[in-house]
Design a protein around this ligand. Structure first.
Ligand code: ZN
Length: 176
């Protein structure tokens, strides 16, 4: 499923991934991983065209995104009957982060008004400090302004809205 200017976030995310790996900060990838008859698809009464169907090219990460070998990948939305915008919904992401003694998360990706927003809100709910890299997210904007409204909702809920250059600097300063 195409997101306008969605590919612009990839080189920025790659810089953050690289800085995180140098600083030994865990990098976790989340993805939609839908069965062909997922409830969010129009044929089942949902609002989306079919997307991210398990095992198809549509479910692959962007070819330029640098996903390290052995990276932690969280698949969500694999229950045919349940929508899962958030990486925390129906997954063990919160437990995994806690097991890694992670207390703060930095989020980037697609899309601002759905998966990024819900993941950020769930991360706050789960007690994490949350940062969203505004230059590393893009919105679907089903209704014009949805992306901007999502950013303000995320901020109001208690997350920090940052630029990825800040995240890269922070990680460089924690490097040993
Ligand atoms: Zn989906």
């Amino acid at each position: 499923m195409a997101v306008k200017e969605g590919d612009e976030v990839v080189p920025r995310l790659n810089k953050v991934i690289k800085a995180a790996r140098s600083a030994r900060v865990p990098v976790i990838f989340t993805r939609d991983w839908h069965p062909a008859d997922h409830i969010s698809f129009r044929a089942q009464g949902g609002i989306w065209p079919p997307h991210c169907v398990q095992g198809t090219p549509g479910a692959a990460f962007h070819p330029s995104l640098e996903v390290p070998a052995g990276a932690t990948i969280i698949s969500k939305g694999d229950d045919p009957g349940a929508e899962a915008y958030s990486g925390f919904q129906g997954t063990d992401l919160a437990q995994r982060l806690s097991a890694m003694r992670v207390s703060e998360v930095i989020i980037g990706g697609l899309t601002t008004d759905y998966c990024v927003k819900q993941s950020a809100l769930d991360a706050l709910q789960a007690g994490f400090k949350v940062n969203v890299m505004e230059d590393c997210v893009r919105a679907v904007d089903v209704k014009p302004g949805d992306g901007a409204r999502a950013i303000s909702a995320i901020r109001k809920a208690g997350a920090k809205i940052i630029d990825s250059s800040i995240a890269v600097k922070q990680m460089a300063s924690t490097q040993q």
